[in-house]
Write a protein that binds this ligand. Structure first.
Ligand code: SF4
Ligand code: SF4
Length: 128
């Protein structure tokens, strides 16, 4: 399925310059969500650069990023891969006109020991 979202769209939304990446993999090496992600931060950079946007938009990886920004801190070239992930997620939201979940879906997903701060943080991230 083609989403008609281009590399240029993602670069414009994110403000990232993928050409600065030297594919050292430090961003992925430091990512706490690495095991959960089908595509890892350095792969986002590569895949956006080479126009593989549809695959990224269809991947659950865009919802696994914790927005901790460890990948930004670690990157020696200031590429900011987390901004690419957020831009792809934003493109999906804009296209479908809503997020992949609503407030009403949340109570059923909560665990007893989840800190309140995490819930508030998640709401900020997942609300439009
Ligand atoms: S985004 Fe930065 S840390 Fe990640 S592979 Fe590229 S240069 Fe390395
Ligand atoms: S911001 Fe997302 S991609 Fe970057 S290190 Fe944190 S969880 Fe991983």
């Amino acid at each position: 399925m083609s989403n008609n979202i281009t590399t240029e769209d993602i670069l414009r939304i994110s403000g990232v310059d993928t050409r600065k990446c030297m594919f050292c993999g430090k961003c992925s090496g430091t990512c706490p969500a690495f095991d959960e992600m089908e595509y890892h931060p350095h792969q986002f950079v590569y895949m956006v650069q080479w126009g593989m946007i549809d695959k990224l938009m269809e991947s659950k990886s865009i919802y696994k990023c914790l927005t901790c920004f460890a990948c930004l801190e670690r990157c020696p070239r200031n590429v900011q891969p987390a901004k690419l992930i957020e831009a792809v997620r934003q493109a999906v939201i804009r296209q479908q006109g809503m997020n992949h979940m609503t407030e009403n879906d949340i109570p059923g997903l909560l665990e007893d020991k989840l800190p309140q701060q995490a819930i508030v943080s998640a709401m900020r991230k997942y609300k439009k």
